[in-house]
Write a protein that binds this ligand. Sequence first.
Ligand code: ATP
Ligand code: MG
Length: 184
Amino acid sequence: MKDISLHILDLVQNSISASASLVEIYISEMVDEKILKVCLNDNGKGMSKTQADQALDPFFTTRTTRKVGLGLPLFKAQAEASGGSLSLSSQKGKGTKIKAIFKTDHIDCLPLGNMADTIVSLILCNPELDFIYRHIYNGQEFTFNTMNIKAMLDEISITEIEVITWIKTYIGENLKGLYGGVSI
Ligand SMILES: Nc1ncnc2c1ncn2[C@@H]1O[C@H](COP(=O)(O)OP(=O)(O)OP(=O)(O)O)[C@@H](O)[C@H]1O
Ligand SMILES: [Mg+2]
């Protein structure tokens, strides 16, 4: 996959398969330290210790259609290729947390990709789910929460084109603000 945001899209599918109703996506960019941290937290069915260990093994999957599950091992390999790491903690019945560290000064570090498009795609494909997206750039923070949007919308669906267009612009503008007005 060509950027981190596509891995995020893929990993959120795991949360959905695990019947999560809330997924938290947390990105922290520490420019001076040259570190980009990605945390994904869900309230899905979670995994036992053994399942969590196996999940990072490319030859383990609970899928029945094919034998090899690649989402997590691939993301871990990408983090490690940059000199970073990935850790997973999960509790059965509670949820799962994934934390990946990327070293942004490494030549093999993937770019983050377009987070506004990613969040919009996640909302469009999973309107019944809630997402909290927190993005920190050099200590400046932006938070977007679908629960707040849904509360404002009342009867209107979050997937209405006007709402989606607004969300995309809103996230894009806020990210631009975080990055100091430089568009990415
Ligand atoms: N958020 C999660 N909650 C509960 N179980 C998870 C979660 N993420 C991964 N798993 C478990 O770990 C396994 C491996 O996940 P991974 O994404 O690597 O592969 P996959 O989803 O099985 O296949 P692929 O992603 O290649 O389509 C899953 O089959 C699932 O059992
Ligand atoms: Mg997967």
